[in-house]
Design a protein around this ligand. Structure first.
Ligand code: SF4
Ligand code: SF4
Length: 371
């Protein structure tokens, strides 16, 4: 097992990264159908660090085709984003026409329910059939931060094979464990992380700060590759819960593998990684809601009857009415219907479970979290 690091500003250098691992023929055989799963989560182009560079994805398609295999790019964006709009704004709308490779929108294609026998958070889910029936899966995330999971790399990118609203169930049942559950049944044969333009800050995965990282990281094991990319971002993979869990559950090691290519020290920069992800994680399970409801009355008694504000502990959703354009996508995406439109966007704070999915959804950055 090994991970290749290439310091570069050129997407075409993805070839050098894969060559260091033994070349595409090591991963793909003639006649196989190969799904390439980029991160096309939202309608922003790759210069924002939100989505995988389509030029790099096309180069990987070419490499797969050169092996005599059939590449298929497949993705489902963040719910409730409409795929058509996401594709238009992210630069993927003309992918087939421009590069000649098939792009499948998993939300409108056939999907299938899967069982996750070893699931700890989720024991079933609904994923695109294309991903289940392919011979190989190449996982191509962007190197970026995530408000709830600190980083979103190869392990987390697989959440995009789950279609539409089903993704919210993972948020509610336990995001980190759910990500690992998915990775126990859907395996990435090759992971290529686009870190040429990545993202940092609390606003990730869609509203963070774009930053040049000028690196491509590729590996044959998703835990090793994610651990390496996390270190390049100045983080410790042992402190990233889903990476640590994946390692503990036998999906790969965080240490002790070979690093190939450029020196990791030359590409490592301390990035602004999200703080206190544990608080957000606590909020996103149904269990936490019940726990809160169970504790609220005793806590009020303890504090002499004063109202205990959940937001004081867990953060509060802040709506910037000036920035909001009234698109209402966040309303459709709230898993507990806590957002309503009353001449302006309003949050029902008693119903809100502080999952901050809405902040992730809002393409204008009108929603944020405040303690
Ligand atoms: S907060 Fe954002 S997602 Fe929600 S209605 Fe306003 S612009 Fe749309
Ligand atoms: S309004 Fe509250 S519960 Fe709904 S998506 Fe936003 S943070 Fe989550």
């Amino acid at each position: 097992m090994s991970v290749a690091i290439i310091e570069t500003a050129d997407s075409a250098d993805v070839r050098r990264a894969v060559d260091l691992l033994g070349g595409m023929k090591r991963f793909v055989s003639e006649g196989e159908r190969v799904v390439i799963k980029p991160n096309v989560c939202a309608g922003k182009d790759s210069s924002t660090g939100t989505v995988t560079d389509p030029v790099m994805v096309a180069e990987v398609c070419r490499m797969v085709a050169e092996c005599g295999a059939q590449p298929v790019v497949a993705e489902s964006p963040i719910y409730p984003f409409r795929s058509g709009r996401v594709l238009e704004r992210s630069g993927y709308a003309d992918f087939e026409k421009k590069y000649g490779f098939l792009y499948v929108d998993l939300d409108s294609a056939e999907n299938v329910e899967i069982k996750i026998p070893a699931g700890r958070a989720i024991t079933n889910s609904v994923v695109g059939r294309e991903v289940l029936t392919c011979d190989r899966l190449i996982n191509m995330p962007v190197m970026k931060t995530h408000l709830q999971t600190v980083v979103t790399l190869g392990l987390k990118n697989l959440k995009g094979v789950v279609v539409g609203k089903q993704k919210h169930i993972i948020h509610l049942e336990g995001l980190d464990a759910g990500i690992v559950d998915l990775n126990t049944v859907i395996r990435s044969d090759l992971i290529i992380i686009d870190g040429i333009i990545g993202m940092e800050g609390m606003g990730g995965p869609t509203n963070g700060r774009a930053c040049r990282m000028d690196v491509i990281v590729a590996g044959d094991n998703v835990v090793e590759t994610d651990a390496t990319a996390t270190r390049i971002m100045g983080g410790d993979p042992r402190e990233v819960e889903h990476i640590r869990m994946a390692s503990e559950r036998g999906l790969g090691s965080m240490d002790g593998f070979d690093l190939l290519g450029d020196d990791i020290g030359s590409v490592t920069v301390k990035r602004d990684l999200p703080r206190m992800p544990g608080l957000n994680k606590f909020l996103i399970t149904d269990v936490s809601m019940r726990l809160w409801n169970a504790l609220r009355v005793p806590l009020m008694r303890l504090t002499g009857g004063e109202t205990v504000k959940r937001g004081a502990v867990l953060g509060e959703l802040v709506i910037d009415a000036e920035t909001c354009d009234g698109c209402r996508l966040c309303i459709a995406g709230c898993p507990v219907d806590a957002l309503i439109w009353e001449d302006a966007l309003v949050c029902d704070r008693d119903a809100c479970i502080r999952c901050f999915c809405c902040a992730e959804i809002c393409g204008r950055g009108a929603l944020s979290k405040k303690f």
